[in-house]
Design a protein around this ligand. Structure first.
Ligand SMILES: [Zn+2]
Ligand SMILES: [Zn+2]
Length: 190
């Protein structure tokens, strides 16, 4: 069974540009994601000592807002995300679960003091969305160099990988679809 994917645009990304991203994301999972404008209560996730937003709290809010087991909901936000043990994260997902979040904050060139490049920002976003959705489907990090499920700590590492699942990861998602929904693991992955 193919889960439905909802992309919730709570960021400044243009909706029409995100539709193009959604189509490519959908190709990886053989489904057509819906894209809607939305907002999250970011204030609750704000950590004033760090000046950043706790991504795990945003996942909890998404689960509360969209408690649909057969649906994967991934929110796009502009705020800089963190989990307590790391200085920042590009995104976070509930492993084999329903919710994921990705931030534009460190995906744009401007953050690194370079001229903005919207196409590059969207390409990085596409890879990050596929990566986090892969986690919600039960995929772990992959060691194949170009696989989108390879772990990325720096934006340069996102640029080095392709926006696609390797054959092994494709095979795993196919098996997951065949067995249908499985109980979420009570952990998350970045
Ligand atoms: Zn892979
Ligand atoms: Zn990951």
């Amino acid at each position: 069974m193919t889960p439905t994917i909802r992309i919730l645009n709570a960021s400044s990304l243009r909706q029409d540009r995100l539709l193009g991203v959604a189509k490519k994301v959908g190709d990886q999972f053989r489904t057509e994601p819906s894209v809607s404008k939305g907002s999250l209560n970011l204030a609750r996730a704000f950590d004033s000592s760090r000046g950043q937003y706790n991504s795990t709290l945003l996942l909890a809010e998404l689960l509360y807002l969209y408690p649909f087991p057969e649906q994967k909901t991934i929110a796009i936000v502009d705020v800089d995300l963190f989990i307590p043990v790391l200085t920042f994260v590009f995104g976070e997902a509930q492993l084999r679960g329903q919710a994921a979040v990705v931030s534009t904050a460190r995906l744009g060139n401007r953050f690194y003091g370079l001229p903005e490049d919207d196409d590059l920002l969207l390409l990085r976003m596409e890879k990050e969305i596929v990566h986090e959705l892969g986690h919600t489907l039960g995929l772990f990090h992959c060691h194949q160099f170009e696989c989108v499920m390879r772990s990325s700590t720096y934006v340069e590492e996102i640029d080095l990988k392709r926006g696609e699942l390797c054959r092994g990861c494709q095979e795993t998602t196919r098996r997951m679809r065949d067995v249908g929904s499985i109980a979420p693991l009570k952990i998350s992955s970045l």
